[in-house]
Design a protein around this ligand. Structure first.
Ligand code: AMP
Length: 211
């Protein structure tokens, strides 16, 4: 079962995609996580994509498509996978449809206003944990509960980059929904709910559609 989770930044698509993947024992594939891993470890790919990721622009399709192809061709993906953050534009969608099939495309809907509110309060720690000033604060302001390091705002969570990412989502990613809608595999859920409520909506769609 191959699943794509769509949603604007801040919709919790990463969290939901991970939950769905864990529940079914499918690999969770996030292009954003893959790029951030390479950035953090300063690999050659990391250096190639740094400028794009830090300013909220899309990494060139050729690079991104190759990464996805390599990942989907791994043996653990034969049972299915959950994709987060890909495809993001028409070229990527065409590429994906050449290399695999999609069973469910789930859209987590969230207004720009709510997305901005969520993203601008987000704080990260070097150890990988993330917090939110309002919804999930650390015990001591500005300090990570786990590693004690200073919390910081990701470059791509700065206001300018947030606006850039949302604009790309509306212009390049949203038009893809029609393709999956025409295939009858697009399902929309309300993202302005708790993590558990959003998860239940998605599970409802997948289990019902499965049978
Ligand atoms: P995300 O965590 O999914 O918001 O991704 C973080 C950043 O990684 C994006 O702002 C882009 O710079 C890059 N990125 C992630 N997925 C893609 C993709 N499918 N195509 C191009 N760039 C991507």
């Amino acid at each position: 079962m191959n699943i794509i989770i769509f949603g604007p930044q801040g919709s919790g698509k990463g969290t939901q995609a991970e939950l769905i993947a864990r529940r079914r024992n499918f690999p969770y594939i996030s292009t954003g996580d893959i790029f951030r891993y390479h950035l953090k470890n300063k690999t050659e790919l990391g250096q190639q994509v740094a400028e794009y990721v830090n300013t909220g622009q899309l990494v060139p399709d050729e690079l991104t498509n190759k990464i996805i192809q390599d990942r989907i061709n791994q043996p653990d993906c034969t049972v299915g996978f959950v994709l987060d953050g890909y495809p993001r534009n028409q070229k990527q969608l065409e590429f994906l449809s050449q290399i695999t099939t999609v069973d469910y495309a789930i859209v987590i809907e969230l207004s720009d206003q709510e997305a901005i509110k969520r993203l601008s309060g987000r704080l990260a720690s070097k150890c990988g944990l993330s917090y939110h000033l309002e919804f999930n604060p650390s015990q001591q302001a500005g300090i990570c509960d786990k590693c004690g390091d200073q919390l910081f705002r990701r470059d791509d969570d700065q206001p300018q980059a947030i606006a850039q990412r949302l604009a790309i989502y509306h212009q390049e990613t949203e038009p893809l929904f029609a393709v999956y809608e025409n295939k009858g595999i697009l399902h929309r859920v309300n993202g302005a709910k708790t993590i558990d409520e959003v998860y239940q909506q998605i599970e409802g769609v997948i289990s019902q559609a499965a049978g």
